[in-house]
Write a protein that binds this ligand. Sequence first.
Ligand code: NAD
Length: 492
Amino acid sequence: MSDTATLYIDGAWVASSDGGTRTVTCPADGTIVGVVSEATSSDTETAIAAARRAFDAGEWSARPAAARGDLLLAVADALTSRKAEFARAEALDTGKRLVEAEGDIDDIVRCFRYFGKIADQHPGRLVDAGDPTVVSQVVYEPVGVCGMITPWNFPLLQASWKIAPALAAGCTFVLKPAELTPHTAILLMDVLDRLDIPDGVANLVLGAGAVAGAPLSAHPDVDLVSFTGGLVTGRRIAEAASHSVKKVALELGGKNPNIIFADANLEAAVDNALNAGFLDSGLVCSAGTRLIVEESIKEAFVDELVRRAEGIVLGGPFDPEAEAGPLISTEHRDKVTDYVNRGVAAGATLRCGGTWGGPELEKGCFYRPTVLDHCAIDNPAVVEEGFGPVITVETFTTEAEAIATANHTEYGLAGAVWTSDRGTAHRVSRALRHGTIWINDYHPYVPQAEWGGFKASGNGRELGLTGLEEYREAKHIYENTEPAVTGWFPQK
Ligand code: NAD
């Protein structure tokens, strides 16, 4: 495809209908990564129509589920052999370190393999209708046309959590990735284009959410919209989707507690607290940015955290010395700056960070790892998702207080508890109202296990069996093998 024909609609690479383009830059140094088409809303409607035709034609959904699974395994193989190309594209668009982008591609491969392998599992079940002359079965069918809207922090990973189960289930889709990070989505369509998949099953539109993305939530021909991104956009999408009463899956933000009891392995806990908050520069929906430490160890723990945070080296994707990358844009850095300033104004103590990257990094959107100490529970930095490398510190003295503090948030995505007492660990894990809980760890996940949020962190689940169910409709087929007159209405 040429640079300006980067929309993939109905099996063909096309440019935007009004010729619009967007220049994508690397947030680490502002260099131009590429120029891509900027779809209009009517381009998205064209893509929806293609996905609708392909779904209604039935060729894809009629394929044996195992054959659809095989196609996903072929995607995994192609991603493995083109890993360097994909990782480089992801690193350039996001500015994240190449090693992190490589890890993302490995995770994407695992996701496609997982859904490829379970595509023909759990096809349905017979249920006992209580009558031997009745065959009552529940079958699963694809939801239909899926709109997918994804963010910029893990661009292809978030898309793969939707695309892999949707294809496994026999759906067709239109993907609208974040406008700042389109290149790996383009590469994935190139992979699909080379495989045996009917035209119109997979479609890609690029561009601004309110223009290219909006039809995916509002259009009646879209049966399901699956969105990953911020809470404000999620609410908009749910509202727009309500008119056509389509299925809505939302993976939104988090304000994730990382609880440290005094009896924890503190060396491991402080090391993981750094990962929890600063991995990927904190641009992780499940980032453990809310440190909740037992009062008796708080001073020593936070001193060590701050000492190590101050030593983190920032740099671009290909800088071998770099330990963390930039934020996504100057606008985003302004938001993080304002968020930290408001936290300090509300009484938090700035222990480290709170500044941009320094003179050698001035072309990039860097922000120093930041620790805000002495935070009250209603400090805006504790309440809001800052979405940057910022850890806030609160304390507790009892287990009940730790749980109450960790649950005091409108979000409910993820959290961790650190203790050497397994009883405490499991009691606290069950009491936390968050979708993923780590005990003595932070961040690992596996595609076999469900991912998603309680409360304002969203609805529905990605990954795991439930992640496949999102893209299937259950249908009950009740067969009377010996039809007879019921006599309910007497013959007259
Ligand atoms: P965002 O909500 O600004 O944008 C996400 C996507 O929505 C983008 O593709 C954008 O173009 C699109 N969009 C914006 N307005 C739209 C509209 N009116 N209609 C349709 N589409 C629209 O989010 P972001 O800043 O890109 O991503 C960061 C957010 O994503 C954070 O809140 C983070 O926590 C969340 N996130 C959640 C998860 C999860 O698994 N729960 C994973 C990653 C990121």
